[in-house]
Design a protein around this ligand. Structure first.
Ligand code: PEP
Length: 251
Protein backbone atom coordinates (compact mmCIF):
# COMPACT_ATOMS: atom_id res chain seq x y z
CA UNK A 1 0.00 0.00 0.00
CA UNK A 2 1.31 3.47 -0.90
CA UNK A 3 1.67 5.89 2.02
CA UNK A 4 -0.96 8.62 1.83
CA UNK A 5 0.43 12.08 2.42
CA UNK A 6 -2.55 14.37 2.99
CA UNK A 7 -2.77 18.12 3.49
CA UNK A 8 -5.75 19.73 5.18
CA UNK A 9 -5.77 23.41 4.31
CA UNK A 10 -8.85 24.16 6.47
CA UNK A 11 -10.08 27.77 5.96
CA UNK A 12 -6.82 29.01 4.46
CA UNK A 13 -5.92 30.03 0.89
CA UNK A 14 -7.81 31.66 -1.95
CA UNK A 15 -7.74 30.01 -5.38
CA UNK A 16 -4.65 31.91 -6.48
CA UNK A 17 -2.84 31.19 -3.22
CA UNK A 18 -3.67 27.50 -3.58
CA UNK A 19 -2.32 27.44 -7.14
CA UNK A 20 0.89 29.21 -6.08
CA UNK A 21 1.49 26.66 -3.29
CA UNK A 22 0.80 23.68 -5.58
CA UNK A 23 3.06 25.09 -8.30
CA UNK A 24 5.83 25.44 -5.73
CA UNK A 25 5.24 21.87 -4.56
CA UNK A 26 5.37 20.63 -8.18
CA UNK A 27 8.71 22.35 -8.70
CA UNK A 28 10.24 20.92 -5.50
CA UNK A 29 8.90 17.41 -6.26
CA UNK A 30 9.99 17.55 -9.92
CA UNK A 31 6.44 16.88 -11.03
CA UNK A 32 5.93 13.62 -9.19
CA UNK A 33 5.10 12.22 -5.78
CA UNK A 34 8.00 10.07 -4.55
CA UNK A 35 7.81 6.33 -5.19
CA UNK A 36 5.47 4.57 -2.80
CA UNK A 37 3.71 7.80 -1.82
CA UNK A 38 0.40 9.31 -2.86
CA UNK A 39 -0.40 12.97 -2.18
CA UNK A 40 -3.80 14.51 -1.57
CA UNK A 41 -4.57 18.15 -0.85
CA UNK A 42 -7.86 18.96 0.88
CA UNK A 43 -8.63 22.55 -0.10
CA UNK A 44 -11.47 24.98 0.67
CA UNK A 45 -14.43 24.78 -1.74
CA UNK A 46 -13.63 28.19 -3.24
CA UNK A 47 -10.11 27.06 -4.19
CA UNK A 48 -11.01 23.50 -5.22
CA UNK A 49 -11.38 23.95 -8.97
CA UNK A 50 -8.17 25.96 -9.29
CA UNK A 51 -6.27 23.57 -7.02
CA UNK A 52 -7.54 20.56 -8.99
CA UNK A 53 -6.24 22.02 -12.26
CA UNK A 54 -2.90 22.93 -10.73
CA UNK A 55 -2.36 19.52 -9.09
CA UNK A 56 -2.20 17.89 -12.53
CA UNK A 57 1.42 19.11 -12.56
CA UNK A 58 2.20 16.50 -9.86
CA UNK A 59 1.99 12.83 -10.81
CA UNK A 60 0.40 10.80 -8.06
CA UNK A 61 -1.35 13.76 -6.46
CA UNK A 62 -5.02 14.71 -6.29
CA UNK A 63 -7.36 17.04 -4.44
CA UNK A 64 -10.26 16.68 -2.07
CA UNK A 65 -13.00 18.75 -0.48
CA UNK A 66 -13.10 19.30 3.27
CA UNK A 67 -16.81 18.61 3.63
CA UNK A 68 -19.95 17.65 1.72
CA UNK A 69 -23.70 17.49 2.18
CA UNK A 70 -25.30 14.06 1.70
CA UNK A 71 -27.65 14.92 -1.19
CA UNK A 72 -27.18 15.34 -4.93
CA UNK A 73 -28.88 18.73 -5.05
CA UNK A 74 -31.68 20.55 -3.28
CA UNK A 75 -32.71 23.33 -0.93
CA UNK A 76 -29.65 23.16 1.34
CA UNK A 77 -28.38 26.73 1.44
CA UNK A 78 -24.63 26.96 1.79
CA UNK A 79 -23.98 23.27 1.23
CA UNK A 80 -22.06 21.42 -1.48
CA UNK A 81 -22.87 18.03 -3.05
CA UNK A 82 -20.52 15.24 -4.16
CA UNK A 83 -21.51 15.92 -7.78
CA UNK A 84 -20.28 19.51 -7.41
CA UNK A 85 -17.06 18.36 -5.75
CA UNK A 86 -16.33 15.94 -8.60
CA UNK A 87 -17.16 18.63 -11.17
CA UNK A 88 -14.38 20.74 -9.62
CA UNK A 89 -11.94 17.95 -10.49
CA UNK A 90 -11.55 16.64 -6.93
CA UNK A 91 -11.68 12.94 -6.10
CA UNK A 92 -11.57 12.91 -2.28
CA UNK A 93 -13.56 14.31 0.62
CA UNK A 94 -12.88 14.53 4.36
CA UNK A 95 -15.60 13.48 6.78
CA UNK A 96 -15.72 13.72 10.56
CA UNK A 97 -12.84 16.15 11.00
CA UNK A 98 -12.71 17.10 14.68
CA UNK A 99 -13.26 20.77 13.86
CA UNK A 100 -16.56 19.85 12.20
CA UNK A 101 -17.52 17.53 15.07
CA UNK A 102 -16.58 19.93 17.87
CA UNK A 103 -17.02 23.43 16.39
CA UNK A 104 -19.87 22.77 13.94
CA UNK A 105 -21.56 20.14 16.11
CA UNK A 106 -21.69 17.26 13.63
CA UNK A 107 -22.95 14.00 15.14
CA UNK A 108 -21.49 10.54 14.55
CA UNK A 109 -24.69 9.65 12.67
CA UNK A 110 -24.39 12.63 10.32
CA UNK A 111 -20.73 11.82 9.69
CA UNK A 112 -21.83 8.27 8.81
CA UNK A 113 -24.45 9.55 6.37
CA UNK A 114 -21.89 11.77 4.66
CA UNK A 115 -19.30 8.98 4.45
CA UNK A 116 -21.72 6.50 2.87
CA UNK A 117 -23.22 9.07 0.49
CA UNK A 118 -19.83 10.28 -0.73
CA UNK A 119 -18.70 6.69 -1.41
CA UNK A 120 -21.96 5.84 -3.17
CA UNK A 121 -21.38 8.85 -5.39
CA UNK A 122 -17.85 8.02 -6.45
CA UNK A 123 -15.70 10.05 -4.08
CA UNK A 124 -12.87 8.60 -2.01
CA UNK A 125 -13.40 9.35 1.66
CA UNK A 126 -10.99 10.06 4.50
CA UNK A 127 -12.97 9.54 7.70
CA UNK A 128 -11.39 11.29 10.70
CA UNK A 129 -11.76 9.96 14.22
CA UNK A 130 -10.15 10.85 17.53
CA UNK A 131 -10.71 11.42 21.20
CA UNK A 132 -10.58 14.61 23.28
CA UNK A 133 -8.10 14.88 26.15
CA UNK A 134 -10.93 14.54 28.64
CA UNK A 135 -12.13 11.33 26.98
CA UNK A 136 -8.60 9.88 26.95
CA UNK A 137 -8.03 10.80 30.60
CA UNK A 138 -11.34 9.23 31.61
CA UNK A 139 -10.34 5.92 30.02
CA UNK A 140 -12.82 6.29 27.16
CA UNK A 141 -10.33 6.09 24.28
CA UNK A 142 -11.46 2.72 22.91
CA UNK A 143 -15.18 3.48 23.41
CA UNK A 144 -14.90 6.75 21.49
CA UNK A 145 -12.96 5.21 18.61
CA UNK A 146 -15.36 2.27 18.45
CA UNK A 147 -18.42 4.55 18.38
CA UNK A 148 -16.93 6.89 15.77
CA UNK A 149 -15.83 4.00 13.54
CA UNK A 150 -19.04 1.97 13.88
CA UNK A 151 -21.36 4.91 13.21
CA UNK A 152 -19.00 6.53 10.70
CA UNK A 153 -18.85 3.35 8.61
CA UNK A 154 -22.39 2.13 9.31
CA UNK A 155 -23.85 2.40 5.82
CA UNK A 156 -20.70 2.02 3.75
CA UNK A 157 -21.61 -0.13 0.73
CA UNK A 158 -20.10 -3.64 0.97
CA UNK A 159 -18.65 -3.36 -2.55
CA UNK A 160 -16.56 -0.27 -1.65
CA UNK A 161 -12.97 -0.85 -2.84
CA UNK A 162 -10.41 -0.67 -0.04
CA UNK A 163 -8.60 2.25 -1.65
CA UNK A 164 -11.79 4.36 -1.74
CA UNK A 165 -11.68 4.69 2.02
CA UNK A 166 -9.03 5.89 4.46
CA UNK A 167 -9.26 6.40 8.21
CA UNK A 168 -7.35 9.25 9.85
CA UNK A 169 -6.78 8.90 13.58
CA UNK A 170 -6.31 12.40 14.98
CA UNK A 171 -6.30 12.90 18.75
CA UNK A 172 -8.21 16.16 19.22
CA UNK A 173 -5.70 17.37 21.80
CA UNK A 174 -2.89 17.11 19.24
CA UNK A 175 -4.55 19.06 16.40
CA UNK A 176 -3.14 22.52 15.89
CA UNK A 177 -1.64 22.50 19.40
CA UNK A 178 1.95 21.64 18.56
CA UNK A 179 1.52 18.62 20.88
CA UNK A 180 2.14 15.36 19.02
CA UNK A 181 1.13 12.04 20.51
CA UNK A 182 4.20 10.02 21.55
CA UNK A 183 5.27 7.25 19.20
CA UNK A 184 4.14 4.73 21.83
CA UNK A 185 0.69 6.38 21.99
CA UNK A 186 0.42 6.25 18.20
CA UNK A 187 1.42 2.57 17.98
CA UNK A 188 -0.96 1.62 20.78
CA UNK A 189 -3.90 3.61 19.41
CA UNK A 190 -3.38 2.57 15.79
CA UNK A 191 -3.40 -1.07 16.91
CA UNK A 192 -6.78 -0.44 18.57
CA UNK A 193 -8.09 1.29 15.42
CA UNK A 194 -6.93 -1.58 13.18
CA UNK A 195 -8.55 -4.15 15.46
CA UNK A 196 -11.84 -2.21 15.42
CA UNK A 197 -11.60 -1.81 11.64
CA UNK A 198 -11.19 -5.61 11.30
CA UNK A 199 -14.30 -6.15 13.45
CA UNK A 200 -16.26 -3.81 11.20
CA UNK A 201 -14.93 -4.51 7.71
CA UNK A 202 -13.16 -7.87 7.97
CA UNK A 203 -10.12 -8.51 5.76
CA UNK A 204 -10.56 -5.20 3.96
CA UNK A 205 -9.31 -3.50 7.12
CA UNK A 206 -5.73 -4.46 6.32
CA UNK A 207 -5.91 -2.88 2.87
CA UNK A 208 -7.55 0.32 4.15
CA UNK A 209 -5.11 3.14 4.88
CA UNK A 210 -4.91 4.25 8.51
CA UNK A 211 -3.31 7.68 8.84
CA UNK A 212 -2.08 9.64 11.86
CA UNK A 213 -2.77 13.36 12.20
CA UNK A 214 -1.99 15.91 14.90
CA UNK A 215 0.90 18.37 14.71
CA UNK A 216 2.86 16.35 12.15
CA UNK A 217 5.82 18.39 10.94
CA UNK A 218 9.04 17.82 8.97
CA UNK A 219 10.93 16.98 12.18
CA UNK A 220 8.63 14.14 13.30
CA UNK A 221 7.08 12.87 10.03
CA UNK A 222 9.76 10.29 9.18
CA UNK A 223 9.57 8.61 12.57
CA UNK A 224 5.76 8.58 12.59
CA UNK A 225 5.62 7.11 9.06
CA UNK A 226 7.89 4.27 10.20
CA UNK A 227 5.55 3.14 13.01
CA UNK A 228 3.44 -0.02 12.85
CA UNK A 229 0.00 0.47 11.32
CA UNK A 230 0.75 4.00 10.08
CA UNK A 231 -0.12 4.19 6.37
CA UNK A 232 0.22 7.93 6.01
CA UNK A 233 -0.23 11.30 7.68
CA UNK A 234 -2.88 14.03 7.62
CA UNK A 235 -1.23 17.39 8.07
CA UNK A 236 -2.83 20.75 8.88
CA UNK A 237 -0.55 23.68 9.79
CA UNK A 238 2.65 22.25 8.34
CA UNK A 239 0.96 21.62 4.97
CA UNK A 240 0.27 25.27 4.25
CA UNK A 241 3.79 26.00 3.02
CA UNK A 242 5.17 24.08 0.04
CA UNK A 243 8.63 23.67 1.57
CA UNK A 244 7.43 22.13 4.83
CA UNK A 245 4.75 19.92 3.22
CA UNK A 246 7.18 18.61 0.60
CA UNK A 247 9.72 17.83 3.34
CA UNK A 248 6.98 15.75 4.99
CA UNK A 249 6.08 14.10 1.67
CA UNK A 250 9.74 13.14 1.24
CA UNK A 251 10.31 12.17 4.90
C1 PEP B 1 -5.66 18.55 10.88
O1 PEP B 1 -6.19 19.59 10.61
O2 PEP B 1 -6.19 17.49 10.50
C2 PEP B 1 -4.41 18.55 11.65
C3 PEP B 1 -3.87 17.40 11.99
O3 PEP B 1 -3.86 19.77 11.94
P1 PEP B 1 -2.37 20.05 12.53
O4 PEP B 1 -1.41 19.27 11.68
O5 PEP B 1 -2.20 21.53 12.38
O6 PEP B 1 -2.36 19.59 13.95
Amino acid sequence: MKKLMAANWKMYKTGSEAVATINEMAAILNGSAPEGREVVVFAPFTALEAASSAIKAINGASTGAENLYPAIEGAFTGEISPVMIKACGASWVLTGHSERRHILGESDEFVGQKTAFALQNGLRVMLCIGETLEERESGLLRNVLERQLKLGLKDVPAETPADALAIAYEPVWAIGTGKTATNDDIVETHAICRELMREIMGDKADETALLYGGSVKPANAGAILGLDNVDGVLVGGASLKADSFTQIINA
